[in-house]
Design a protein around this ligand. Structure first.
Ligand SMILES: Nc1nc2c(ncn2[C@@H]2O[C@H](COP(=O)(O)OP(=O)(O)OP(=O)(O)O)[C@@H](O)[C@H]2O)c(=O)[nH]1
Length: 332
């Protein structure tokens, strides 16, 4: 499948704690994907052991060592991405997708921000999805002990529970419920030895601004787990704001501005589809920390009751205060 250069190259960011099964999944994707993939692989340490485990023939492999993508070598990532784009443009290297496999210790946020901060990269590439793997056996303990594991879950568009063959159904259900309390937006799948259809992970459009922005994963995925009401005491949690009817545009704009001003550092991701008084179209938005975008989407159709929904995924958000602020935005 050839791709015009005017079309941004989709990028999949694969994250997950140490040993969660990222390389196993990557091998499966490389063996089954019907497109040419460049893998950017980052290991912490001078020798990139994982690259030996990848099936090399199916992909170009860019190795980055001696530092973590999210901190010390982020500039290298930009350089590699620019260079790859140039090689594609010149016809030297043909590929349709980039997959970045991070170290288990990486915070995905700054890596994702690379694609929004540099206008040339933003034109050349489109971040398609953040896919986070969580180990069925060790995931809960890692969430208890490692703050970055919570960030990886909170930032995800897809949550893959790996090693489902090693855990019993009760443990899998408990982990799934906890993951949904941290991130109610990401569709969940349970995997054995990295086996999953590429179509469930590629073409997610997780950072795309349109009216389907909420629950993108909800259209028929396997093992999807809706958010429960139980709290697991995690520092990162999802907060869903809902109103059956229109909001006042001025008040909701002020509310969102203040929310980002006061809590931008704590907000990992946020998305919304809003009904606004005296406006036929949906107002849609999404953001990552302080970077966000708003746009008008499709009109509310006949028989559709305009309603407003916002999902905030953040670190220790003052939930009651935010709920009260949102309630004050109701029109009328
Ligand atoms: N039983 C079982 N083992 C698995 C599964 N997925 C991965 N493994 C094993 O778990 C170990 C770690 O898997 P990797 O794919 O290397 O994990 P990783 O996330 O790339 O690891 P790091 O790069 O060290 O963070 C390997 O021994 C895999 O064979 C699974 O679904 N079931």
């Amino acid at each position: 499948m050839s791709q015009s250069l005017a079309t941004p190259i989709p990028v999949t960011l694969l994250t997950g704690f140490l040993g969660a099964g990222k390389t196993t999944l990557l091998n499966h994707l490389l063996a089954t994907a019907g497109e040419r993939i460049v893998v950017i692989e980052n290991e912490f340490g001078p020798v990139n052991i994982d690259s030996d485990l990848l099936i090399r023939e199916t992909a170009e492999l860019v190795e980055m060592t001696n530092g973590c993508l999210c901190c010390t070598i982020r500039g290298d990532l930009s350089r590699h991405l620019h260079a790859l784009h140039e090689r594609k443009r010149s016809g030297e290297l043909a590929f349709e997708r980039v997959v970045i496999e991070t170290t288990g210790l990486a915070d995905p946020t700054p890596i994702a921000q690379t694609f929004f901060g540099d206008p040339k990269l933003a034109d050349a590439y489109a971040l398609d999805a953040v896919i986070t793997m969580v180990d069925a056996l060790h995931g809960a303990k890692q969430l208890d002990e490692q703050a970055v594991a919570g960030k990886q879950v909170g930032f995800a568009d897809r949550l893959l529970i790996s090693k489902a063959d090693l855990a019993d159904a009760e443990a899998l259900d408990a982990l799934a419920e906890r993951l949904a309390s941290i991130n109610s937006e990401a569709a969940q799948y349970r995997l054995e030895h990295g086996k999953i259809g590429c179509e469930l992970l590629f073409g997610v459009r997780g950072f795309h601004l349109d009216e389907d922005i909420l629950r993108r994963g909800a259209a028929g995925p396997l093992n999807f787990r809706p958010a429960g009401t139980r709290s697991f005491g995690d520092d990162i949690a999802a907060l869903h704001l809902h109103h059956d009817g229109p909001l006042d545009l001025g008040r909701i704009s002020d509310f969102m501005r203040q929310l980002v001003e006061s809590h931008g550092d704590a907000l990992l991701r946020y998305k919304g589809v809003l009904a606004v008084a005296e406006e036929a179209r949906r107002l849609v938005f999404q953001g990552v920390h302080r970077i966000n975008g708003f746009d008008y989407g499709r009109e509310w159709g006949q028989g559709e009751a305009p309603a407003s929904d916002i999902v905030l995924i953040g670190h220790r958000l003052p939930q009651e205060e935010i709920r009260a602020g949102f309630a004050a935005c109701v029109a009328g």
